[in-house]
Every structure is written in C-alpha cells, then in structure tokens.
Design a protein around this ligand. Structure first.
Ligand SMILES: [Zn+2]
Length: 308
C-alpha cells in the first residue's frame, strides 16, 4: 500500500493506491458524515464507487470520472453526484427507487412525516443532496469492463435492500461499503434494511475473492486477511451483544416495544436524533421477531414482551 496525500482545495486528502485503484480517505478516516472514495482508472473508463463528501475536495481526479457505481443508496454516499451530472449512475435495482427520487429515498428510510422536511433540508445542506432520476439498475453479478480493469457486483443486502460489494480485478480490491466493521456494529434500522439478510451477508462477505478490503467508514483499508476476519467476527458479535442486552432488559421486567425503544439498543440511553426512535423501533422489532420465532420471548395480548 502506497499512502500519499493530495487535494485540490487547500486540504490534504490521504490516499492509498493499489494498481489502478485509488482510495481517498474522508475526514476522520471516513467517519460519518464523510466516507471513503474509491476510484478505478480503467484504460477506457474511470469509475467512482459512491460519491461521499470527500469527493467534493479531490478535484480533477474525481471530476474526470465517466461512471458512478453505487454500492448502496444513503445520503452520505451520494454527496458528490451533483459534480457528475453527465456520468451514468448505476445502482442495484433494489436501491434504484431510492436513488431516483426523494420519495423513493424517504420510503427506503421509512421516515415519519413529522421530520421528513427537516431531514431533506439537512441532506441538501450537508450532503448536497440531489436525486438521480436517470440512475440505472444492476443485478447481482453485474460486470463492468473498464479497459484492463473489471468490476463485479456481489449483492450483500441487509444494511439496505440493494447493498452490494464491488470487487475490482485484477487487483482483488473489494469495496464493502457499509459492512463497515466499526465498533458500532451493523446498521439495519431503515425500512429497507433486514437483520436476517445482514446475518447472511456477514456469513458470505469473506468469500469474495479479495486481497484488499475497503470500508466506507472508519476502518478504511485492510490488507491483512487475518485482521479483516478478526474485525468481521467482532462486528458480527455485536448482533449477539444486542440480543443479550434485549434479553437482559426483558429479564429485568416485561416491556412493550415503546418501553424497549426508550431504553435504546443501538444508541446510548437518552440518545436523541431525528430518526433515532424509528431506527431503534425497527432494529428492536427485528431482534424481537427472531426471539419470538425461536420461542425465547413471547408477546402478550397487551403488547408486552416477556421471556418464555
Ligand atoms: Zn449506508
């Protein structure tokens, strides 16, 4: 890995290069609201994977991109689409509606009417949000020939319905997006998310034939498979930790969904934010559904969950 720095707007952007693949790190190693930018310089076509906030500061190396391949659709991965109005934007078909319109994105989030206007204005202010009605859908296994470089999509849903990993050959660089291996753990709090899909994705992601793994946030780049596997295992374990916390809360006393949401599962108790209650409600419900299905928890008529 060759780490150097470059930037067009007086800012130094750390980068790492692997053959024709360049990774530009967002602020704080791509911590949200920023993320890491991957660019593949094929002989015929230059492709950008996602377009996070940092892409607004890269300059000609980003702005020369001919094609955008989105690994998934969220505001922090679309923040420089406005710079590439003529570049085709490809996105998995399950995230296509979310890329094409605000209504589509809002439905994917499952955002409540009470905060949707505030959410849109924040996205416009902080992420230069601009939908792409012209976005084009792709399927699992889609391949892009860029001239000497090849990109292949692996559908890895859970975070969003259309979340994909993108593998660049011959370098063997896998962009795994928001399977981000952070200490926070997997995020599956949107209407288009799925805990069960995320579990299957976590069991499969190490099968992608890669030598380098790039996450959108925080972790950045892995070149050591053992370390990648160790962090993937720890990330996967946060699902068990959340499940244990939920069981612990019900062991203290039976609770309704609203009471469990009040206790928080993803975020610290008391944590507030526009969509925190919605995300907590959906995440906790996903775990409760699993616990109901395997008989560890039961639900009373009054909407009270208790240990079996
Ligand atoms: Zn995301």
């Amino acid at each position: 890995m060759n780490v150097t720095a470059a930037g067009s707007s007086g800012r130094t952007i750390p980068r790492a290069d692997f053959g024709r693949v360049a990774v530009f790190f967002g602020e704080k190693n791509g911590k949200y609201p920023d993320a890491n930018q991957v660019i593949v310089r094929g002989s015929d076509t230059q492709a950008a994977f996602d377009t996070p906030v940092v892409a607004n500061h890269i300059g000609p190396e980003f702005d020369a991109s001919d094609l955008v391949i989105l690994g998934h659709v969220h505001e922090d991965h679309m923040a420089a689409l406005h710079r590439l109005p003529k570049a085709p934007v490809h996105v998995h078909e399950a995230d296509l509606a979310a890329a094409q319109s605000w209504e589509g994105l809002r439905a994917a989030y499952g955002s409540d009417e009470s905060y949707v206007a505030e959410m849109l204005s924040r996205f416009q202010r902080d992420f230069f949000y601009a939908p792409r009605p012209d976005a084009i859908g792709y399927k699992d296994g889609a391949v892009w020939e860029l001239g000497g470089s090849l990109v292949r999509a692996f559908h890895m849903p859970g975070h969003t319905a259309g979340h994909c990993a993108l593998l660049v050959e011959p370098e063997g660089v896998a962009f795994i997006g928001d399977i981000d291996l952070t200490g926070f753990g997997p995020y599956y709090g949107d209407a288009s998310s799925s805990l069960s899909d995320f579990r299957r994705t976590l069991a499969r992601v190490a099968d992608i034939p890669a030598n380098v793994w790039v996450t959108s946030h925080h972790r950045g780049v892995y070149t050591d498979r053992e370390k990648f596997l160790r962090d993937l295992a720890a990330y996967t374990r946060t699902l068990d930790i959340r499940e244990q916390r939920l069981l612990g809360l019900l062991r203290e006393s039976p609770k309704t969904l609203a009471q469990l949401v009040e206790c928080r599962l993803l975020y610290p108790p008391g944590h507030q934010g526009l969509w925190v209650v919605d995300a907590e409600t959906r995440s906790i419900s996903s775990h409760l559904d699993e616990l109901l299905a395997d008989g560890r928890v039961r639900l009373d008529d009054g909407g009270v969950y208790r240990l079996s």
